[in-house]
Design a protein around this ligand. Sequence first.
Ligand SMILES: Nc1ncnc2c1ncn2[C@@H]1O[C@H](COP(=O)(O)OP(=O)(O)O)[C@@H](O)[C@H]1O
Ligand SMILES: [Mg+2]
Length: 583
Amino acid sequence: MNPILKRTVSYFRPYWKLILLSALCSSVVGGMDGAFAYLVEPVLKKIFAGKDTGIFLLVPIGIIALFVIRGITRFTYDVSIKLAGQKVIQDIRNEVYASTVRMDMAFFNRRSSGELMSHATNDINAMQDGVASVVCGLFRDLLSACSLLGVIFYRNWQLAIFTFVVIPLTAYPAQLIGKKIKNASGRSLNIMGGITAILQETFSGIKVIKAFGLEPLATKRFQSANLEYFSQYRRFIKYESLAMPVSETIISFGIAGVVFFGGSQVISGHMTASEFFSFITAMVMVFNPIKKLQGAYNALQRSAGAAERVFKLLDEHRGIVDRPGAVDMGRSSGAVTFREVSFSYSETPTLQDINLSAESNQMVALVGPSGGGKSTLVSLLLRFHDVSSGSICIDGHDIRDLTLASLVSQIALVDQETTLFHASIASNILYGRPDAALDEVVAAARAAFAHDFIMQLPDGYDTSIGDRGVRLSGGQRQRICIARALLKNAPILILDEATSALDTESEQMVQQALDNLMINRTTFVIAHRLSTVLHADRIVVLDGGRVVENGTHDDLLNNSGLYSRLHSLQFTDRDAPGEVCEP
Ligand SMILES: Nc1ncnc2c1ncn2[C@@H]1O[C@H](COP(=O)(O)OP(=O)(O)O)[C@@H](O)[C@H]1O
Ligand SMILES: [Mg+2]
């Protein structure tokens, strides 16, 4: 069996009871088609030969009874198989989400979020169509085709053989067309991913689009992506629409031949007229399930392309996982050592020979020109990426020997992005430690100077914030993020330009909140405003991926190196009170 099909089928295993029920009912439906075609012969014989008037009353009643039973079984069959199909799709979608969200950062760096969204929506929808049409049609159509074929052969096997020389002739063109559909559709869905990416970019960057008057340009870009999608889809429409007429035309030759051959057998007395009618009824009826089976085949081809992409995503190798025997270190003291650390995203090294240590509860500042590698350095501590060489230790444990869960529990991150989720404020803070009590949430919010403004919101802590928290200012959002980090209460804290996006006034509030957060934690502060790091235990200057200076503020000023140059730049550039960097 095709491996993709096999894998899809394996998802149905938990729902075997539903499948069994639908199989039972569909065998009733399928068997009835055969019974109907079979009964044509005795009924006609009685009517023609005996002029039996009693049968006139029985036939309509029989027809109604047949269709009532058929209706009930068909309903049961449809509902159970569609439910099973939906449950399978639900399982696959959950699995795709769970496995995607666990991927390492390198995975997310390689892909646009639009592409990932397209897998979780478009591709799974395409799979759903395939699963629905295939599993819904397959049993019933297969069984009714079999029962009807039985009648056909029973009535006249020579005529049957003649007929089925014709049918395989339709299979080959249908298969060919099915393959073309698969190719064309695979591409159109890939381009749909491009469209989703543009949409996503547009809505998250709508401010810039408006401010720069980019609407016409963005519209043009979208239109050309859409046009490309259309031209791919046009091929797909052509092939899909071609499949039916081609096979039907081929079938018509067969029907003509069968009518001619059968009719001459009746005339020569080899077959009765009622047998011939029963044969023709079965033959006319059998093309319906066979055509549907062909349609299911095409739908299967189409969803196979989508399933292939979904399974490829599920099989994606996760680079950063727990090592066998990885340990849970409990709560560390927060002593961090970088030893001879080098790292590169591509061929050119991003960080080289970094040696750096922070003792428990120390504050280490990372400063230097942008692109120097500061964010990359702290991301290595979280194992967003693994070092290319060298090692990073927490309390003497190499972080690659810890379980990821244990590592992540040591560290809280507050960065420039102020990421809030579409949920209440309380839930957003609770993401720091989901099992915390509500009074701990409030205490964290107080320490983050967020409590007062939260209480002024319409529903207090239950106020729901939109997906980008539009109703809050940057400083308010950041203080919620700080409350979240406070609640997590991790021994190591990373502040990556946490106040850079804020205005001076909210920066002061946020800085106070951060000062609370830093108490009794080892803190790595990345800041481009040197005024915020004057009191650091150690200041590390990174430039071009190397540590160029390392010491206290006073040491570095005396060095008259890069730090003192940056310092004097900021001192002379800024004359606003409160921004002056001199102690
Ligand atoms: N995800 C990434 N993929 C490839 N290169 C990256 C990535 N992130 C950062 N870089 C590159 O690594 C270098 C250091 O970046 P970064 O650590 O963000 O510096 P900083 O935080 O000091 O401004 C830059 O040259 C940047 O272009
Ligand atoms: Mg940075």
